[in-house]
Design a protein around this ligand. Structure first.
Ligand code: DC
Length: 228
């Protein structure tokens, strides 16, 4: 199956906190492609569900919420800001209380259906670097380059822990690790669009790689591929 437009998609999938967004942001800058952080979209729905005290079985209310919610991104001084209906939520959606609930929300098929529709629309007018869990398998199965990132759970938890500490969020390392493991399990075992490596994805373990090494490696893969 070919992509419906001539535009190019680089799909980056992998477990939580394995460096997908870091890689995606760097590639989008180097290549001048649009970066779409699909995890942020699931986090936005989670934030709204928490604020409205919705449970995952409240299908009707969730449908209404999806219908009335516009999620979008804006670039400001090198930072990508996330908005829901005009409200900036960039930091709010990163809080541990959202990370604790987002995987459950991501199992809801109505949520996935709506967000996948929006994710596909980005390709109409842009070359894309998109990261998530199902980009190479479901959202863009015909993506020109698919990367499946991995790293050990401990290094991923350490990276996430350092990020949260730097933001002044007080949390202990073991809770971060426990959250990652729980999310990995839910994300990989859900029935709708579970996290898995696409057959034609290139697996990249960055446990012992610096960010620069990881970016350089993917740029090399791009150069080797015929579309770049
Ligand atoms: O990438 P992240 O940690 O911000 O993603 C948050 C959650 O969203 C993740 O635990 C699973 C879900 N997710 C998903 O199900 N499909 C995607 N394409 C992206 C994220």
């Amino acid at each position: 199956m070919k992509n419906p437009t001539q535009n190019i998609v680089i799909a980056i999938d992998g477990h939580s906190s394995c460096g997908k967004s870091t890689l995606a942001k760097r590639l989008s800058k180097k290549l001048n492609y649009l970066y779409v952080d699909t995890g942020a979209m699931y986090r936005c729905i989670t934030l709204l569900m928490q604020e409205q005290n919705l449970q995952i079985n409240q299908s009707k209310e969730i449908e209404d919420l999806l219908h009335n919610t516009k999620i979008y991104f804006k670039q400001k001084d090198n930072i990508q800001l996330t908005f829901i209906n005009g409200r900036e939520v960039t930091e709010d959606i990163r809080l541990p209380k959202i990370s604790d609930f987002v995987s459950e929300v991501s199992t809801i098929s109505a949520v996935r259906k709506r967000l996948v529709e929006q994710q596909r629309q980005y390709l109409q007018e842009n070359n894309l670097v998109m990261d998530g869990r199902d980009i190479g398998t479901v959202v863009f199965p015909a993506a020109q380059l698919k990367i499946f990132l991995t790293a050990s759970s401990e290094i991923r938890a350490k990276r996430r822990y350092d990020e949260l500490q730097a933001k002044g969020i007080d949390i202990d390392y073991n809770s971060v690790l426990a959250n990652l493991i729980k999310r990995d399990t839910i994300d990989s075992t859900r029935s709708d669009s579970p996290l898995k490596k696409a057959g034609d994805a290139i697996e990249l373990d960055n446990t012992n790689m610096s960010i620069d090494q990881m970016v350089d490696h993917v740029i090399l893969l791009l150069k080797e591929s015929k579309f770049s």
